[in-house]
Design a protein around this ligand. Structure first.
Ligand code: 5GP
Length: 188
């Protein structure tokens, strides 16, 4: 058990900049991080790659994975399923890697129950106004999806207090540095 890696849950509302911030610390070798690739039923977006951003599956395939107990957690988010394949995460943790799950709040709550020692970090925007501007600026989605994501973002913000750390993304470099420091401290 002593060489086991840390399970890290990283959440924040849509548009807060999780991807941008994560890119700035994920390649820091001293953090020994591996990004967990989730399964989703949502459509692949331009610029994304199968097996890199997600494993894109059908609803039926996803529901089979649930039935077979293959997911550490899962949630339905704006009409699609998202979930974390448990075997891959366990394998990496046993190899001593720190595994980062970039997941929404419902799934995060499941992980907090199952793995209370997980390091949980919530990224918040400098203001709700700024968040709305960022979500609306994402041109890849329909008005309807944008509206749903905005509502969901407000709901998710209410759960920030359940996380061990809340980090503000007023500046991505600064937020990334803060998160690196949190991880380093947890590694002991
Ligand atoms: P997106 O469609 O923008 O890639 O992701 C939508 C939301 O789903 C984001 O908040 C993201 O963190 C979350 N998400 C991605 N993968 C998973 C997962 O495996 N489980 C859960 N619960 N949420 C996920």
């Amino acid at each position: 058990m002593t060489n086991k890696g840390i399970l890290i849950v990283f959440s924040g509302p849509s548009g807060v900049g999780k991807g941008t911030v994560m890119k700035k610390f994920i390649d820091d070798k001293s953090l020994k991080l591996t990004f967990s690739i989730s399964m989703t039923t949502r459509n692949i977006r331009e610029g994304e790659q199968e097996g890199v951003n997600y494993f894109y599956v059908t609803k039926e395939e996803f529901e089979n994975a649930i039935k077979e107990g293959k997911l550490l957690e899962y949630a339905s988010f704006v009409g699609n399923y998202y979930g974390t394949p448990v075997d891959y995460v366990n394998k990496l943790l046993n190899e001593g890697r720190n595994v980062i799950l970039e997941i929404e709040t419902q799934g995060a709550l499941q992980v907090m129950e199952k793995v209370p020692e997980a390091l949980t970090i919530f990224l918040v925007p400098p203001s709700m106004k700024e968040l709305e501007r960022r979500i609306r600026g994402r041109k890849t989605e329909s008005d309807e999806v944008i509206k749903a994501r905005l509502n969901k973002a407000k709901e998710e913000m209410n759960l920030a207090g359940k996380y061990k750390y809340v980090v503000c993304n007023d500046d991505p470099d600064k937020a990334a540095k803060t998160i690196s420091n949190i991880i380093k401290r947890s590694m002991g």
